[in-house]
Design a protein around this ligand. Sequence first.
Ligand code: 5GP
Length: 209
Amino acid sequence: MSIEITNKLIIISSPSGAGKTTLCKLLLKKSNNINLSVSYTSRNKRLNEKNGKDYFFVTKNKFEQLKNNNFFIETAKNFNNFYGSPFKNISNAKKLNKHILFDIDWKGARKIRNYYNKKNIIDFFILPPSKTELKRRLIKRGRDNNKEIKLRLSYAIEEMKHYKEYKYVLINQNVQKTVSEIKKIINYHELKTFQNNLLHNKLKKIINS
Ligand code: 5GP
């Protein structure tokens, strides 16, 4: 008897510069059962980014229009730009029987938790090893100017205060190690769902026999 594994909503949040983007990319590369929820944003595209792969880049007007048409599960304003997760990403992942990965902030995570059954959500908060390391990473990636780095660093400290809202908090010292921990946790949840379904079916048979 084959039992379907319920699709999970995987949320990964972290302050800017904790290595979340690299981490999500590696996790996706190592897992063929996870789809990324590509967000929409009104911010400018960075050099290494691709429209439709990293984000869907739209104007502020277009974003507002989509928002008014209930296109998004949740939206947030970060660093004076808008970000939003479209509903269609969840239905697409469900159709493909895949988990869906949200690379979103704590505000978005809160909204997803309010919207969907908590038992289907696996949420992670990723911390940098230290504030010095966070600053170093923000400077090293060289994609933001000084003013932007300062802004992101002050936001980062505020964001980190929300780590307690997450089921799993990991310190990203080494990206390979962190991804392997995340994969183990996802496997644990898959197994738990599988066993619960199995038990549920067995009980149903016993009761109805
Ligand atoms: P960045 O501009 O560095 O790509 O992203 C800035 C922040 O916005 C990151 O914390 C990222 O996780 C968050 N973010 C990206 N997309 C979304 C989204 O659709 N919703 C929410 N709430 N946050 C998002």
